[in-house]
Design a protein around this ligand. Structure first.
Ligand SMILES: Nc1ncnc2c1ncn2[C@@H]1O[C@H](COP(=O)(O)OP(=O)(O)OP(=O)(O)O)[C@@H](O)[C@H]1O
Ligand SMILES: O=P(O)(O)OC[C@H]1O[C@H](OP(=O)(O)OP(=O)(O)O)[C@H](O)[C@@H]1O
Length: 307
């Protein structure tokens, strides 16, 4: 049987890199489904041909995706902004779209009981991290700052591939640099954060200079579909009826993205209004509309949109 992982099978196909496991995986699958990118991933295979487009999904470690994108081996990719920053290939990678999931912060953490209160206290000490490049740069800057307590002593950055939070308890490091979202892992390990290196979320990325073989039209189509799914997850449609005398006030609450749709109701003196609003503001907006006399207020979820 011919393998899917051959240059012949992939020839002419748009290659889209997706994290093969971990925190971003399920959300990426939801996004692909929302964009109607249909595929079946065979057991243990890291490449899946897309059934309804000349395209293949390549499942890779999230940390490797920036390099594959920067070198044009794939045409699109999804990974964390933390991974893009750590790869340090910024000019070769264009961030097309923030995806709104995989939100976390890269933080310097120390044991609750430790004498290290600020990052500069860790200069010259041992730091464990999977982000050795970013942590290295961060501590180099601290070392070069005047007044650093340990003078020109170099901070030792120890790379560890995972379970970074265990490093201090195991005596491997004085502090760590790792990702925090809820803070649950950090607290469970008796650590607390003393500084933030960066905030991160999942992003859609592409090579800044597309590969000569790139199917630019298909890249644009896939990008636009993903933008539509992400926009739909941020917005809802609010619909309500309001007396004409109160319409002006209500429209200041729901101006719409371009403009609200205002239609006459088959009841003189009344209008029906429909407008897109941010999902995060929808409850507040409903309260304000009600105060203004709006009735029959509905919030409609969007499954997809183009705006
Ligand atoms: N707790 C979290 N909450 C939200 N997003 C996270 C969290 N941890 C990591 N991420 C995001 O997901 C990306 C992948 O992290 P994850 O821990 O899933 O890695 P992975 O590819 O499974 O590698 P490994 O498990 O081998 O360390 C990170 O680069 C980051 O952008
Ligand atoms: O603040 P929290 O919500 O607790 O999340 C933070 C944890 O999530 C990530 O690890 P993950 O659980 O993905 O596993 P890993 O350690 O194998 O990468 C990260 O490396 C932290 O350990």
């Amino acid at each position: 049987m011919a393998t899917l992982l051959s240059p012949e099978t992939l020839e002419g196909k748009l290659l889209f890199a997706i994290p093969k496991k971990g925190r971003l995986y399920e959300k990426c699958l939801e996004l692909l489904s929302g964009a109607d990118i249909q595929f079946k991933r065979a057991h243990r295979l890291d490449v899946a041909l897309v059934q309804n487009h000349p395209m293949a999904l390549v499942f890779l470690p999230a940390a490797d995706i920036p390099r594959f994108v920067a070198e044009g081996n794939v045409d699109l990719g999804i990974t964390g902004q933390d991974m893009v920053a750590e790869a340090s290939l910024n000019s070769s990678i264009t961030e097309e779209l923030e995806l709104g999931f995989g939100k976390c912060a890269l933080q310097v953490q120390v044991p609750e009981s430790s004498a290290y209160k600020a990052p500069r206290d860790l200069v010259g000490r041992k730091i464990a991290t999977s982000f050795d490049r970013l942590a290295g740069k961060y501590f180099e800057e601290l070392e070069s700052q005047e007044g650093s307590q340990v003078g020109d002593k170099k901070t030792a950055i120890e790379y560890v591939g995972g379970s970074v939070e265990a490093a201090c308890a195991l005596g491997l490091a004085d502090g760590i640099v790792d990702l925090v979202e809820s803070g649950e892992t950090m607290r469970a390990c008796g650590l607390h954060a003393i500084a933030t290196l960066l905030q991160s979320q999942a992003v859609l990325i592409r090579p800044t200079t597309p590969h000569a073989r790139a199917n630019v039209a298909l890249i644009k189509l896939v990008t636009n579909r993903i933008k539509g799914v992400i926009a739909a997850s941020k917005y809802v449609l609010v619909e309500y009826n309001i007396e004409k005398a109160s319409l002006g006030g209500a429209l200041t609450v729901t101006p719409g993205r371009r403009a609200a749709t205002v239609s006459p109701l088959d009841d003189e003196g009344w209008n029906a209004v429909s407008a897109m609003v941010l999902k995060s503001e929808s409850a507040n907006i409903m309260d304000r509309l009600e105060e203004l006399g709006a009735v029959d207020i509905f919030v409609v979820q969007l499954s997809n949109c183009r705006i």
